[in-house]
Design a protein around this ligand. Sequence first.
Ligand code: SAH
Length: 413
Amino acid sequence: MPPVETPLNVETPAPAAAAPATRPEGREPLPLAPAGPGQLVMTAPRRGKPPRHFSDLEPAERADALVALGEKPFRARQLATQWFERLEDDTEKMTDLPAASRQRISEALLPTLLTPLRTLSADRGTTVKTLWKLHDGALVESVLMRYPGKDGSAGRNTVCISSQAGCGMNCPFCATGQAGLTRNLSTAEIVEQVAGSARALARDEIAGGPGRVTNVVFMGMGEALANYKSAVAALRRLTQPAPDGLGISARGITMSTVGLVPAMDKFAAEGIPATLALSLHAPDDELRDELVPVNKRWNVAQALDAAKRYFDATGRRVSIEYALIRDINDQAWRADRLGKLLNARGRGWVHVNPIPLNPTPGSKWTASDPAVERAFVAALEARGIPTTVRDTRGSDIDGACGQLAAAPEEPRG
Ligand code: SAH
């Protein structure tokens, strides 16, 4: 199989209005593994493929898969209704399927991809982090966060999912980045993290009463756009209306990236009205080179231009993620510089989400002072940039942004 999933091989037309590139693309040879400080791993190590699962299949492929098992084609829709709409995961309870077929269907199309090893909860049970073991022993985490509605409105249930076991982007402030990349997840391994939360919510197993998944953020472990094919196929499965998929609105889904420019452009062309988040963390190349090593390949100007093109193509306002690290990137002048860079590309296309740095093991960095954070936000607002400080839900269970390390033993607590 050609390595089509690496963004480095993504063909994109020359950007129309690109800022002058200070670094020609492809200047640096990329090491495969392991990564030293500042190095990137764009191509995931090959490991045994996870077994094929019904969630991997496009609706058009499903009838053939059932026929191959000796079933009638219409069983595909029945199975989809059970799996994605009723969230039934026990074929013995799928009573519209012939009793004699259930086990065969289960073994061939519904292998167990994710086994929960441990769940930790916080916020009175409304934040739940699950550590999953994959078929080959690789570990990933996902986090479900419930936000009650105000004044009788419905509230949100957000699942933060992983797209890779580990991550090759090597951002020094992120626990996942420090562990390196184990492998890409398959489409179904990504989808089933959400299905697992949807099932737990539907079955009233999560504090706050029965509910459904309203939002999904690709902000767990991994750089989803470096696992492009599986991540986008998963996104489609999440948004396909039931019974073809989980029927979650694309507007409730956020794809987060370090700024893989060709993959961002490819994603913009998919025609999916999802939100794109760009993890910027610094407005100047000197600092961003250190905080987000991929900046050496696609710099601040190039990443922001691609973010703006995403807005132009989709009409969806882009989020700029900015972890506030004490005395590193939290100066008001940097907020001002960021505001200028964003306004130079237009108005109303972007908002900024500063988030106090979540501590990670072994890192000397810590969150900014609240007063410094306020000054940072004020400087952005003074330039007319909508700015919302993101909360650090789950930090006490190492479930917050950048803390997912999928350690078999919790490092503390
Ligand atoms: N690879 C994707 C998703 C990773 S995590 C990306 O980089 O966007 C989602 C967000 O959490 C990113 O914005 C990431 O930069 C941020 N993050 C990572 N470590 C963090 C930390 N220690 N504190 C706060 N945010 C962090």
